[in-house]
Structures are given as C-alpha cells and as structure tokens.
Design a protein around this ligand. Structure first.
Ligand code: HEM
Length: 145
C-alpha cells in the first residue's frame, strides 16, 4: 500500500543565495545576482529574482491562451489612463457632451485618445469573454495546482 510522502521527502524550491562577502559560494546551479548593494537587498528581501527574472513558466501554460489575462491587465490600465486624460477635456453636461466629443474627435492628439478609449473598451469586453472561456475549458477556476 502506498503511503503519503513525509514532509522531508517533498521536494522544495531552494532559494537562490548570492555568494557571501567572505567568498562562501552561493547556491550551486543558481546564477549569482546581477545586482549588489541596496537593489540587491530589495531583490533578496522581496524574492524579486525568483518571482520575475528566474521565474520559470510551466510549458503547458506558455501559450497564447494563458497570455490573455496579462493582455487584459495592460488593456485595462490603458483604458483607465486614457479615461483620466479625457476627464481633463470632457464636460459631463447633457447639453454640451455631444459637441465636446465632436471637438475632441476633430482635434489632433485628442482624437487618438478618445478613439483609443472607445475601441479599447470593445477589446477589453471581447478579451474578458475569451479569457473566461479559456478559464472554463481548462478548469483554471479549480483550486490546488
Ligand atoms: C479585466 C479583467 C481581468 C483581468 C485583467 C484578468 C487577469 C488575469 C491574469 C493576468 C491571469 C493569469 C494569466 C492567465 O491565465 O491569463 C488570470 C487568470 C485567471 N482569471 Fe482572470 N482576469 C480578468 C477577468 C476574469 C474574469 C471575468 C474571470 C472569471 C469570471 C477570471 C477568472 C480567472 C481565473 C479562474 C484565472 C486562473 C486561471 C488558471 O490558473 O488557469 N478572470 N486573470
């Protein structure tokens, strides 16, 4: 009969350690950090190397469908930023809103921002739908990875 593995038998990730100042080598097989000083300390304390530059993307999720959430996050950020810019020029007045929008569309610079904001909203909607279908089909909503 198979028994559950003991905690000592479960492989754990070894945190990367830079070589010490006295010359003690770092973790074998893990490259030494590129930065020393205060930035190296921040990278160490917040485990930034393990989270970003040394993070290994699982092969089965390294594809287009799993990138959509990230694309969504970028699209959403751009939508918020262009929205904030538009509040500088837009007048929330029912009598003036149409003319203000027409003027913005006809003005160089603002036309790019208002058009981007408009079309990006459709893109976000479509991406959310595709993202949710991906999550549903791959069972990404289930816990325990
Ligand atoms: C603006 C809206 C959204 C953003 C920015 C966003 C962002 C992300 C990101 C970055 C990931 C990880 C990478 C990926 O799998 O693509 C992710 C995964 C996930 N998202 Fe979203 N998401 C959004 C909307 C939604 C909605 C509406 C749902 C469900 C109703 C959802 C459910 C999930 C689930 C369950 C996962 C984990 C999938 C897995 O681990 O396989 N997300 N999301």
């Amino acid at each position: 009969m198979q028994t559950a593995p003991q905690p000592s038998e479960i492989p754990v990730a070894i945190p990367a350690r830079p070589p010490a100042a006295d010359g003690t080598p770092g973790t074998p097989g893990i490259p030494a950090p590129k930065h020393g000083g205060w930035w190296g300390t921040i990278e160490d304390q917040f485990a930034l190397r393990q989270l970003i530059s040394e993070y290994l993307t699982p092969v089965e999720t390294n594809n287009f469908w799993y990138a959509l959430g990230g694309v969504l996050a970028i699209a959403l950020t751009c939508e918020v930023l262009t929205g904030i810019l538009l509040t500088l020029a837009y007048l929330p007045d029912a009598g003036q809103a149409y003319n203000v929008s027409r003027t913005l569309i006809g003005t160089a610079g603002w036309s790019v921002i208002i058009n981007f904001h408009y079309w990006n909203a459709f893109l976000i909607f479509g991406l959310v739908m595709i993202h949710m279908v991906r999550v549903l089909l791959t069972g990404g909503y289930r816990g325990g990875k």
